[in-house]
Design a protein around this ligand. Sequence first.
Ligand SMILES: O=c1[nH]c(=O)c2[nH]c(=O)[nH]c2[nH]1
Length: 300
Amino acid sequence: MSEIVLGHNQYGKAENRVVRIYRDTPRHEIHDVNVSSCLRGDFSDAHLTGDQANVLTTDAQKQTAYSFAKEVGLEKIEDYALALARHYVGDVDAIDEARIEIDEYAWERVIVDGAEHDHTWVRKGQEVRTAAVTVNADGEWVVGGLKEFVILKSTGSEFAGFYKDKYTVLEPTHDRVMATSLTAQWRFTHTDGIDWDEVYAGIKVQLVKQFAVVQSKALQQTLYKMGKAVLEAYPVIAEVRLSAPNKHHFVYDLAPFGVENNKEVFHADDRPYGLIQTTVTRDDATPPGPAWDAYQGWLS
Ligand SMILES: O=c1[nH]c(=O)c2[nH]c(=O)[nH]c2[nH]1
């Protein structure tokens, strides 16, 4: 008979929706996040005997997330996440490792009578900025990123010369629409003295540029070039991971109506979609440790 044992476990408070307003001057600032805290450590008893003595409640984690929005501030999600993770590992004995995952929603000031308004914004829909921070006794890891970044080019994309079997019906193309909703994550080599906002903005520029300028032979090639450009431009990045659904745009058949369609009218298909995923790394990158050990998405 095999013995049944407790395996990896972790717990926390997922998706605290924290909004911090800075209102010390008439021109307010807003920071809007979805923050999840995840704790790893000596929690066997909670599972095996029901003894909760070591369990810092998920409710306390929620309270901490809100209080740290004031105590630490929320100007930089990476700094806020590091502060939370350091607090859990440093202050609670049972906790060996803390993982903080944050999505940040950007807001943009409305324009009233030609001027930016002091305290009214509209949601900026372009992408969600992400951060994932892990702290344990051996070190600290920060992974920055973005997701839901929808980007499309109307030409400059090919897909041809692929392997063919008896089910292959796809026609090769040297001129197609390429579109995706990009998720990108980048692992920092260290965590001190980094201008998180500058690196974020610069990496976004690199990702966009490669998507636009590369004469793409495949989404795979575009993703590789994106990751490579980020690593070339930013020595503080050790590794980039990219995940891109191929949002297929099919030329719509207008022939039944006697209407010519020279790649001018498309059906934007919803599903299924190719899902292309690529890691680009330095051959001498420091080991990732637990940098990629997810909380949200652990099973995916
Ligand atoms: O860029 C692409 N990569 C693929 O692997 C693939 N497969 C497919 O059918 N279309 C595409 N496009």
